[in-house]
Ligand binder design. Structure first.
Ligand SMILES: *Cc1c(COP(=O)(O)O)cnc(C)c1O
Length: 490
């Protein structure tokens, strides 16, 4: 299986696709053939998580040698639970807990794997350049990426996040990051401003001859990198396998997945799982008040010209969802010119419209609902009271949407809600939701929540308070390019 750009005929193998992150024309890499071909999905059901990861990743990234070794190095001993991503029954739904990794965010699943893939790809291709990871984060990617890349030889990582646009805990996680090869910087503006400016800086620097003269190459840890998306396919199979072993379903029964969405990477991985044969009925896109994706799936009009809201689920405060481009490409029958046109309309006009025939294809699998800020907080409280389960605001958006979806469907197909963060990453809204008086620092709130609920605090978060903040830079987005060049010394 090779990869090709969503915007041109540019092609490369899976090693190159991982190293490049993004195609030279600005497009994203997608498989150039039917990704289900030659994959026996039933053969992975029942395997342990690492075994599943090995099989699935070998299929999606076929040029990597010894995937088993890479998977073991990525995951062994790094997660709270041996099966990495446990499934828990909560009321009438199943919660797929993706936050048991080293930074308590679902991004750990992919970002534990990505450094291994990059190191291996460099080794196999004889690439001796320093890999510079340039990443914009809405809160969780940055920390999870640094955790994966810090002190990895031959790599450097620079993370930008929106100043004031992440939770105090998320900020503390990033500002205290140790490692000689890491740099973190806040950017004035919201996440979309930050991500767009980083993308522009990325392509400018990428075309500079000084970069290759300095023996450096840029790559990305955002979900535009196929090496980041592929590991996320695994947990869709894992959840299905768990439902089979619980006796809730038989092989080949359908399952629905509800996915709290922002950049559309997590839910797209579910689509890949479906294309690989997994019996997925619907993928339900759950949005917060920044419901650009929900509106798009319902109307076919993607319109980012709308107010931007800061919510208690900041990792979903996104109006430009990068990975949607991959779905559009697949739905259009791999039509790079129509995708290029939509993307250029989006950047020049802020809006594009997708024809009904393509939307019908998308709606065969994707449905969408949104959840207001009030409903998010209420849901955390309700789920805690009713089911004695504490969820974070992103997961709460998924839980509320799952209820709305199930009301519409009224059938017995099981609903799996992807849980994307630990509630302790967002103690302010969680405290409010479960009726605690919100006072003191977020660290004090963590203790109060723990005292009331008895839910254990992940170690990486409880140890954060005593760590020193070492990254305190704040810049305007016009200065991102200059900042990167100075860090790189070119
Ligand atoms: C990144 C993130 C999401 C959104 O995932 P996408 O792949 O960007 O759609 C949801 N919840 C949390 C906690 C996240 O960190």
């Amino acid at each position: 299986m090779d990869y090709r750009s969503t915007r041109s005929e540019f092609r490369c193998n899976s090693l190159d696709a991982v190293l490049r992150g993004i195609a030279p024309d600005g497009g994203l890499f997608v498989s150039d053939s039917d990704i289900g071909k030659g994959f026996d999905w039933k053969a992975v059901i029942g395997l342990d998580t690492l075994g599943m990861a090995e099989k699935i990743l070998s299929h999606l990234l076929p040029d990597f040698k010894d995937m088993k070794d890479l998977v073991n190095k990525a995951y062994e001993g790094k997660f709270e639970t041996k099966d990495l991503t446990p499934v828990v029954k909560v009321g009438d739904k199943y919660v797929l807990e993706l936050f048991r990794g080293p930074t308590s965010a679902f991004k750990d699943v992919a970002l534990s794997m990505l450094p291994q893939l990059i190191i291996a790809a460099k080794k196999q291709t004889g690439d001796d350049k320093e890999t510079v990871i340039l990443t914009a984060t809405s809160g969780d990617t940055g920390k999870a990426a640094m955790e994966g890349f810090h002190d990895v030889p031959g790599t450097r990582i620079i993370v930008f996040y929106p100043d004031g646009g992440v939770s105090p805990i998320q900020r503390a996680q990033m500002a205290t990051q140790e490692g000689a090869n890491v740099k973190v910087c806040a950017v004035r503006g919201n996440f979309d401003d930050c991500q767009t400016a980083v993308k522009v800086a990325f392509s400018k620097i990428n075309s500079m001859k000084e970069l290759s003269q300095a023996k450096k190459a840029l790559s990305s840890a955002n979900s535009i990198n196929i090496g980041r998306l592929a590991p996320q396919v695994v947990y869709y199979f894992k959840a299905y396998s768990d439902l089979v072993s619980m006796g809730r379903i038989k092989m080949e029964d359908k399952v629905d997945y509800v996915v709290p969405s922002g950049n559309f990477g997590d839910i797209l991985a579910g689509y890949f799982a479906k294309l690989m044969g997994l019996p997925v009925r619907n993928l339900v896109c759950a949005s917060n008040e920044n419901k650009v994706l929900t509106d798009f799936i319902r109307t076919g009009v993607y319109d980012k010209r709308r107010p931007f809201y800061r919510t208690s689920s900041p990792s979903m405060d996104i109006l430009v969802s990068s990975n949607l481009e991959r779905l559009l490409f697949l739905a259009s029958g791999c039509n790079a010119s129509v995708v290029s046109k939509w993307m250029s309309d989006l950047s020049s006009e802020g809006i594009f419209t997708v024809d009904e025939k393509y939307m019908a294809k998308i709606r065969e699998t994707f449905l969408s609902y949104s959840c207001t800020e009030k409903e998010t907080i209420r849901t955390i409280g309700d789920v805690y009271k009713k089911d004695n389960y504490l969820c974070d605001p992103h997961t709460a958006v998924g839980m509320k949407v799952a209820d709305d979806y199930r009301k519409d469907k009224k059938d017995d197909v099981p609903t799996v809600v992807l849980s994307t963060a630990s509630p302790y990453k967002f103690p302010t809204p969680v405290s409010e939701a479960i009726g605690l008086e919100v006072k003191g620092s977020e660290f004090e709130q963590i203790k109060a929540i723990n005292l009331k609920t008895g839910v254990p605090v992940p170690k990486n978060l409880s140890s954060l308070e005593s760590k020193k903040s070492v990254h305190n830079d704040v810049i305007d987005r016009e200065n991102i390019l200059k900042y990167v060049l100075s860090v790189l010394g070119i």
